[in-house]
Design a protein around this ligand. Structure first.
Ligand SMILES: [Zn+2]
Length: 497
């Protein structure tokens, strides 16, 4: 295990500090997942990618990581006000896209599975478990009961509410400590005259009309949104987490409420470190369907033929702690960069098969790749500084590509560098085989090689018209040729973004 410190901003203490797991080298990490009423958008994925990079960095340091990310498959209200608020799942079912589903369970199941597919396509590490709120109803009911018994919650004619005034630490994460201000910007706060304080939040809502309902000591109804994360995090990772993550919109009320519930239940700190990813904008504006700048991961991968790893590259290219502006230019640029890594790999493999006997400065080459990997990891350990990490990594591609020939030691060092980078950043290849990725080729390589041989023969025989015709034929099949002093290489044409 490395001695290197892994430093991350902590939302609770408002400073960058060392991430110190309770058990050295073993990170217990929970990240809030999506509500599966539709396809996840690229802003959601930016947040999940932050968690993914933390896992990869921790693993590069030799730690083991227990990672849990939930799936919210119970609908919750879209607005503060119960009268106007609409359940997200029910809204999804009533939408145009919802017509194909028999019921809300079917819809949740469908989008949950599509979400996992996107997750793997963007090369995120699979969590230990993807628990669903609907699979943990008993724990949520038991938790609400315990909170009533300990005086932290109370029942009204409309539900069970957490008494914010009963928990002295309420507001410590978000800084929202003035109880009268707590209503500002609060989602999920229900107007209910029976509540002791307007900021008290629901643990259980009584509702025998809701499309998803369960029977509880308080009759038919469904749990409040915040409760599921408290019980699922503790069920899989224990009463105190080393790290808890989410998007910046979750700081308040969601994470504040998770802390209030969990700490009232256990009397122990809920999480030792909190990390939040800032918003993603597209073309300098908040993503919205009406502006036409709203993208799901599959809009870009399936719809526009984007390489999913280039999309990943683009989404991590800005540090998680500042807002990120996503543009098509950024995605095109990322596509070229991902391609450079693959070119390096191709070159290293080729020279590993037929290495150059001698190259001047080969030891400098090997040492500089080691240094660059080290600096990349160092940048990741410095509060996940991805913009510096990606710049250092890219310097490595320059080192490899500028050499006209590689010795065996250089080729091996190059492949090792690329493998380690891929494990750390996940931008060159998928960790696992992915269906529907456009890395899968539909072209027979033997046919391409044969055409390239015919073209070289035509060029040698000065039949340039024939050589050009072969190039055009290959281009029509989506094959791009690259001529260099070492011969002709080929690749399938990238996406047309
Ligand atoms: Zn959560």
């Amino acid at each position: 295990m490395s001695n290197r410190a892994f430093r991350l901003y902590d939302t609770m203490t408002r400073q960058v500090k060392e991430l110190v797991p309770l058990e050295p080298g073993h990170l217990r990490f929970y990240s809030c997942g999506p509500t599966v009423y539709s396809y996840a958008h690229i802003g959601n994925f930016r947040t999940f990618l932050t968690a993914d990079l933390i896992i990869r960095t921790a693993e590069a340091l030799g730690w083991t990581v227990d990672y849990v990310s939930n799936i919210t498959d119970v609908g919750h209200l879209t607005s503060d006000d119960q009268e106007d608020g609409e359940d997200r799942m029910e809204k999804g079912l009533k939408s145009k896209e919802g017509e194909r589903f028999a019921n809300v369970w079917d819809l949740a199941d469908f989008y949950g599975e599509r979400f996992k597919e996107d997750w793997v396509r963007l090369n995120l590490r699979r969590p230990l478990v993807w628990p669903k709120a609907t699979q943990h109803m008993r724990e949520q009911i038991v938790a609400a009961q315990k909170l009533i018994e300990s005086g932290h919650a109370y029942e009204t004619p409309t539900g069970v509410y957490y008494d914010v005034g009963s928990f002295a630490g309420y507001g410590k994460l978000s800084g929202n400590i003035n109880r009268d201000d707590l209503m500002t910007g609060v989602r999920e706060v229900v107007q209910d005259d029976n509540k002791r304080h307007p900021a008290d939040f629901a643990l259980w809502k009584k509702d025998d009309k809701h499309l998803m309902q369960w029977y509880s000591p308080w009759g038919w109804g469904f749990p409040g949104w915040h409760l599921e994360c408290s019980v699922m995090a503790m069920a899989y990772l224990g009463e105190t987490l080393d790290l808890h993550a989410g998007g910046e919109d979750l700081i308040f009320p969601h994470h504040e409420c998770e802390i209030a519930q969990s700490e009232a239940l256990t009397g122990k700190p809920f999480a030792r470190h909190w990390i939040h990813t800032r918003f993603l904008q597209v073309d300098g504006q908040k993503m919205s369907k009406s502006l036409g700048n709203f993208f799901t991961a599959r809009d870009l991968v399936d719809g526009k033929g984007a390489d999913p790893l280039a999309l990943r590259y683009a989404l991590i290219s800005q540090n998680y702690g500042v807002p990120h502006n996503f543009t098509m230019d950024l995605l095109r640029d990322a596509t070229q960069k991902v391609e450079r890594y693959r070119q390096c790999e191709e070159k290293a493999r080729k020279f590993l098969e037929a290495p150059a006997a001698e190259v001047e400065g080969d030891d400098v080459f090997v040492a500089s790749l080691q240094t660059l990997y080290d600096e990349t990891l160092e940048a990741m350990c410095d509060n996940l500084n991805t913009s510096v990490a990606l710049a250092k990594a890219l310097e490595g591609t320059r080192v490899i590509l500028r050499e006209s020939a590689l010795t065996e030691a250089m080729a091996k060092a190059s492949l090792e560098f690329l493998d380690k980078l891929n494990a750390l950043l996940g931008i060159i290849h998928h960790d696992e085989q992915v269906e529907g990725s456009n890395q899968a080729s539909s072209v027979d390589p033997a046919w391409v090689e044969q055409k390239i041989a015919e073209r070289s023969a035509a060029k040698q025989g000065k039949d340039f018209a024939r050589a050009d015709a072969i190039r055009d034929e290959l281009a029509a099949a989506g094959i791009e040729l690259r001529d260099s002093p070492e011969g002709t290489t080929w690749k399938e044409r990238g996406p047309t973004l």
